[in-house]
Design a protein around this ligand. Structure first.
Ligand SMILES: NC(=O)C1=CN([C@@H]2O[C@H](COP(=O)(O)OP(=O)(O)OC[C@H]3O[C@@H](n4cnc5c(N)ncnc54)[C@H](O)[C@@H]3O)[C@@H](O)[C@H]2O)C=CC1
Ligand SMILES: CC(=O)C(=O)O
Length: 314
């Protein structure tokens, strides 16, 4: 029997649908409320999910309005415009999505002020910051999915390169979820062996191969959009991972988009840093020692995000 728990999703396009599927399949809620401007679409997705109920268990999915999310513990925001071609960057979506967020956050504050918010819409770092500015709830209760997706891609590629389970890879991508993101090589390890000091599993460290591998993680969205028009499956699983950390009060350390608190000389911007995620949202921070290049990379990423945010009026 799943504990009574409601989770809402605003924006049931590719990403919202994938998140709903991951939450449903992993039985992370007793009730999932699907909200979209296109209510019929949300109804259709809810109906489709419900046909799996016999096989998954007692999770209910239904289309709903903001008032239906009043009891939600957590609400995912995946509404808005997405990159339509490999030539479009995440930051180019900002102006359109800020206007959409103004409407959504006002509704969420009115109807579900107690819920935690997980922002997935791009550019996710700037929109996490904008949501924190627009909403009355504390900033610790508003998390962006950030570079958890990039980190998952990075670890998957590293695991494949070294012939090991990606869950045994300890490596982060931090900063912007986007073109200025930073791979943290100085602390990256497998089986407590620093990757930079290889060999690992009899495979020697190869700087060129590692750079290529990072670029493939960074550019994965462009590569996938070129092939299938959008990305959705992995971000659905990423959202479910954050939801699980919150509802089970796991205090997991995840690279998610949070308000910088002065570490690395960065403040007044949201970007991904290792953060402790639990029932109340961001419960703490971890500030790893970085190389000079990584430190400067993070500061450059923060500058890109600040300049982007300063270009829009909220
Ligand atoms: N954070 C991440 O790692 C990722 C983020 N994304 C981002 O997620 C966002 C959504 O992408 P897709 O699902 O592919 O787009 P989509 O176009 O398939 O879906 C967007 C949905 O939002 C709905 N919507 C628009 N305004 C709304 C409002 N005011 N209230 C409720 N619903 C509203 C639309 O009706 C549509 O169903 C994009 O910004 C995309 O770039 C996509 C993949 C990964
Ligand atoms: C679209 C996007 O942000 C991603 O798949 O990384």
């Amino acid at each position: 029997m799943i504990q009574r728990r409601t989770i809402g999703i605003v924006g049931i396009g590719n990403v919202g649908k994938a998140a709903a599927y991951a939450l449903f399949n992993q039985r992370l809620a007793s009730e999932i409320i699907l909200n979209d401007l296109d209510h019929k679409r949300a109804e259709g997705e809810a109906m489709d999910l419900m046909h799996g109920q016999m096989l998954v268990g007692n999770v209910t999915a239904r289309a709903g309005h903001y008032a239906d999310m009043a009891d939600a513990q957590l609400i995912v925001i995946s509404a808005g415009a997405s990159q339509k071609s490999p030539d479009e960057t995440r930051l180019e979506l900002l102006e359109r999505n800020v206007r959409i967020f103004e409407q959504i956050v006002a509704q969420l504050d009115e109807h579900a002020p107690g819920a935690m918010l997980v922002v997935a819409t791009n550019p996710v770092d700037v929109l996490t910051y904008v949501t924190q500015e627009l909403s009355e709830r504390p900033a610790e209760r508003i998390i962006g999915t950030g570079t958890l997706l990039d980190t998952a891609r990075f670890r998957a590629l590293l695991g494949r390169h070294y012939g090991v389970d990606p869950r045994s890879v300890h490596a982060y991508i931090l900063g912007e979820h986007g073109d200025s993101e930073v791979p943290i090589w100085s602390n990256a390890s497998i089986g407590n062996q620093r990757i930079k000091e290889g060999p690992i599993n009899d495979i020697a460290f190869d700087e060129h191969a590692m750079q290529q591998l990072f670029e493939n993680a960074r550019d994965a969205a462009y590569q996938i959009i070129e092939r299938k028009g959008h990305t959705d499956t992995a971000i659905g699983v990423v959202i479910a991972r954050i939801v699980r950390a919150v509802i089970e009060d796991q205090r997991s350390v995840l690279p998610v988009s949070v308000r910088a608190n002065g570490a690395y000389g960065i403040r007044d911007v949201c970007l991904s840093l290792p953060a402790v995620v639990g029932r109340h949202g961001i419960a703490g921070r971890v500030t790893p020692t970085l190389s000079t290049t990584e430190h400067e990379g993070l500061q450059a990423s923060a500058t890109v995000l600040k300049e982007s945010r300063e270009g829009v009026t909220v």
